[in-house]
Design a protein around this ligand. Structure first.
Ligand SMILES: NC(=O)c1ccc[n+]([C@@H]2O[C@H](COP(=O)([O-])OP(=O)(O)OC[C@H]3O[C@@H](n4cnc5c(N)ncnc54)[C@H](O)[C@@H]3O)[C@@H](O)[C@H]2O)c1
Length: 378
């Protein structure tokens, strides 16, 4: 029996290609793992009306970790239009499988390290080493949304929220409402995860990202809970910043920041910005981590216009596999993988299109696999 049981979820679009590439590197490391394939993605929605079917949910209940490629998600009308004709007009609604997975398995930490590999021509600046902790289960991603807005809801909002009166003359189909839901528990535990990480890794500072000056209820709660947690970590410096300002500050002074913690939506946006500063989406990796399960993935999506062309940069997925190795306790293999990526980037000979070269997805995977340092004692 293998040491690790890993759900293997390529998804669709470039997800399939970057996962095949990551497998080349994992095989090069001779990881003792059983990779169990799982169905997820847009084609499942079109064919079966469920992009994250129960059989994949069951699979995730019996694995140590999962590696996930990418999936396509489309707005409601496009989703209905692409559904098998036999399944249309049944009131079926598409919900992003990755958002569902995060909520179903309570994968409340979205961990996104963004480190500039030395010599990467795409680096905004050398030396950038940022780690984003994004709350992963609530906020504007809670899925509490109304379009059209039912009259019962409009009535309640009109009675309870004075500012809503500016909209109350509108018909239900003339506007939409998405609820931002942030809890004390959700805010507290993501902040604690960020401070624990900072303390255990000897990081300098945690920056709390919010917009509490305008979004007073939810972001106010997030900031308050995160500050309470900060008080338990007097050895870790803490500051906070509005999300709009942090975009400007990160670009201007990226070396002045270290660990950032944010509610779901701001964390998503800030982590794409940080990924761009260290090479773009081809380098952005991510871990969705809960108490029992962790699912690792590249930050990017399915990039449909590049799908099937063997040109996407697989480094983001290879780095997601590195995060998975760390999480599984395979730290020596993770370090070897990291060293191999660093060597390929520094050498600059094999570069995918986004790095200014013409190497294929598989060329990059093979280059990384070839640079894997020999295992200690081998
Ligand atoms: N977790 C996920 O699976 C996830 C995340 C984001 C978006 N999506 C979905 O993916 C689809 C496409 O979304 P999008 O175009 O906004 O974002 P995307 O990340 O798929 O691609 C945006 C652009 O970034 C570049 N890019 C992305 N990954 C790359 C890689 N590995 N190598 C080189 N260049 C890369 C490409 O130029 C691409 O056109 C949508 O349906 C969206 O909903 C899925």
């Amino acid at each position: 029996m293998s040491t690790h049981r890993i759900a293997w979820l390529p998804g669709d679009g470039i997800g399939r290609e970057v996962m095949a590439a990551a497998r080349v590197v994992l095989d090069g490391l001779e990881l003792d793992a059983e990779y169990v394939p799982g169905d997820i993605g847009w084609e499942l929605w079109c064919r079966e009306s469920d992009a994250f079917p129960p059989r994949t949910v069951d699979l995730l209940k019996g694995v140590d970790a999962a590696l996930f490629g990418a999936i396509t998600s489309k707005p409601a009308r496009a989703a209905e239009a692409e559904l098998d004709p036999a399944l249309r007009s049944q009131g079926l609604t598409y919900r992003s499988p990755i958002v569902r997975m995060r909520q179903l398995f309570d994968l409340y930490v979205c961990l996104r390290p963004c480190r500039a590999y030395p010599g990467n021509a795409l680096n905004h600046r050398e030396g950038i080493d940022l780690v984003i902790f994004r709350e992963n289960t609530e906020d504007l991603y809670a899925g509490v949304e109304f379009s059209p807005v039912p009259p019962e809801l409009a009535k309640v909002l009109e009675a309870l929220a004075e500012p809503f009166r500016a909209f109350s003359h509108l018909a239900g189909d003339e506007y939409a409402v998405s609820c931002k839901v942030n809890t004390k528990k959700g805010s507290e535990r993501i902040a604690r995860a960020a401070f624990e990480f900072a303390r255990s890794r000897g990081r300098r500072k945690v920056t709390i990202v919010h917009k509490a000056n305008v979004v007073r209820a939810t972001d106010g709660l997030f900031l308050e809970e995160a500050k309470k947690v900060a008080a338990d970590y007097p050895d870790v410096a803490c500051d906070d910043a509005n999300v709009d300002a942090i975009g400007m500050w990160l670009l201007k002074n990226p070396l002045g920041y270290d660990v950032l913690v944010a509610p779901n939506l701001y964390g998503d946006i800030v982590s794409d910005l940080c990924a761009q500063m260290v090479g773009g989406l081809g380098f952005g990796c991510s871990g969705n981590i809960g108490e029992k399960l962790a699912v690792f993935e590249p930050t990017h999506g399915s990039a449909p216009r590049h799908a099937g062309k063997n040109k996407a940069n697989p480094i983001a997925t290879i780095l997601a596999a590195k995060m998975m190795l760390d999480w599984l306790g395979e730290t020596e293999k993770a370090a070897r993988l990291d060293a191999a990526v660093a060597a390929v980037v520094a050498e600059g000979r094999v570069r995918t299109y986004d790095m200014g070269g013409d190497a294929t997805t598989m060329d990059m995977a093979k280059a990384v696999a070839e640079k894997l340092p020999v295992a200690a004692g081998a």
